[in-house]
Design a protein around this ligand. Sequence first.
Ligand code: KIV
Ligand code: NA
Length: 269
Amino acid sequence: MRRLTIPAIRRRKVDGVTAEPIVMLTAYTARQAQLLDAHCDLLLVGDSLGQVIYGLDSSVPVTLDMMIAHGAAVVRGSYHAAVIVDLPFGTYEASPEAAFATASRVLKETGAAGVKLEGGAAMGETVAFLNARGVPVMGHVGLTPQAVNVLGGYNARGRSDAEADKIVSDAKALDEAGAFAIVVEGVVEPIAVAVTKAVSCPTIGIGGSVECDGQVLVTEDMLGMFERVPRFVKRYEDLASVISKAAETYAAEVRSRTFPTPEQTYQPR
Ligand code: KIV
Ligand code: NA
């Protein structure tokens, strides 16, 4: 099976209609990528790995080296889905040239098909600059976690008319600049619908709308690894209790000397 291409993903939306919604999940490790690959169109190496893997408070401290290490692992673990890597905070915003230096390192050192960056109209020139130089770009509007220090938290966006209008015009600017898709995160539902109607490229919702052209979740959220999750998460499993129970049983068996048994030990011939 040949890996899905970015142009093939972009072509899912034709004249405003997406017959088959785009399926995206985050992946940070090779094994996780292997398990998710067959089911997804896109695997996102999200900078959410800062919180999920590294225990950071936000995605702000995530480094390019972290993104490259995990991006390469996810590419090695997959062969069907297109892999997209988040550009981390501070590595692309200053200029289109800075963004190209970062993005070209990501593509060369990971083998990913494209990058994602946060921001709206202010990033339009950068999106066009990257696209013209061989770097497909996914946009990200609405609740943009790298801007947490400006936004003041992770509340849903687009509740005021001014904010709603800005989200729609930001998405339009990214679309016109050539973004191949746009993540719409944490916005009131009518705004997710308005963005989806306003742009020619596919929208990928997370706290968006069922009318978006696709959907993404953080895999660990979807698997029930965390006690506290945003409203937009649906838990499809309860892996936190599966893992705790396994560790509890293992610990009890080690302490009671019921593990290992002859089955797990090597005997002399
Ligand atoms: O970092 C991430 O996981 C993301 C998705 C939630 C869209 O940006
Ligand atoms: Na992200």
